[in-house]
Design a protein around this ligand. Sequence first.
Ligand SMILES: [Zn+2]
Length: 335
Amino acid sequence: MVDYKKIGLVNTRAMFAKAVDGGYAIPAFNFNNMEQMQAIIMAAVETKSPVILQVSKGAREYANPTLLRYMAEGAVEYAKELGCKHPEIVLHLDHGDSFETCKNCIDMGFSSVMYDGSALPYEENIRISRQVVEYAHKYDVTVECELGVLAGVEDEVSAEESHYTKPEEVIDFASRTGCDSLAISIGTSHGAYKFKPEQCTVDPQTGRLVPPPLAFDVLEAVEKKLPGFPIVLHGSSSVPQDEVDTINANGGALKAAVGIPEEQLRKAAKSAVCKINIDSDSRLAMTAAIRKHMAEHPDHFDPRQYLKPARESMKKMYIHKIINVLGSNNKLQEN
Ligand SMILES: [Zn+2]
């Protein structure tokens, strides 16, 4: 049993309470490798932002769970080395698919876990969520649960169609599970292809696809039922079109990739939404920088030559999200 507090991590409780009060959201960035992790920590330290390092099932399979855990431990020390005296870093399991996976992560030092039973029947979702919460709270680990189904594909998580969260269920769900935060479905979705072209309209000036707006009425209804309760948005990459263009101009073939406009996320961050998950934008920033570098320097073969600009590009993107979209800059308790 690893005590996350001993390795300098924090859970989400105080962080979320402050974010809900302050009208901003904490960034939850997924990481799979060292360069992503470095970029996330550099961005968080530079902007004095709390941050959630997210590990998905796919990341655990790709990088090895033990290695990821030690990387997160290293991230705390790295942040201090970069000049942040009291970093606020959460190590969070993204989309835990069973009690066992959540328990395993808690036992190895995660400070927060998500149990995602959103695809299960309602009562079954409550039963397992409750089981995870009971175990997690023994160790002061916070738990995110989910109601409503997001469309799209991200690692192991995939669904054809989305179902908005039903506001009439949230009081019952939150009180019976005892969860610390709730992921809801209001029209965001996983991956870089969030909407089919037929769901979008076309901007006559740019010719770009414009996605349908998020269901802010559902978010408002949830907030009315659970005032001040921490709400989470998954699948909230914006899929910047300049990154998509760079990828396509350098040999890529991303067709009609569409994300959530940043103005809508900014609006959500000002509400009870206190955690916004961003993964695809980091993938796009990394891939665009690598493709561009490879195209401009066909003679390079040292991975550091192309991973360095890739890391720089991700860091820039994270800083932009923290300052201009989530508003979590300068929100550390101390420093
Ligand atoms: Zn998700």
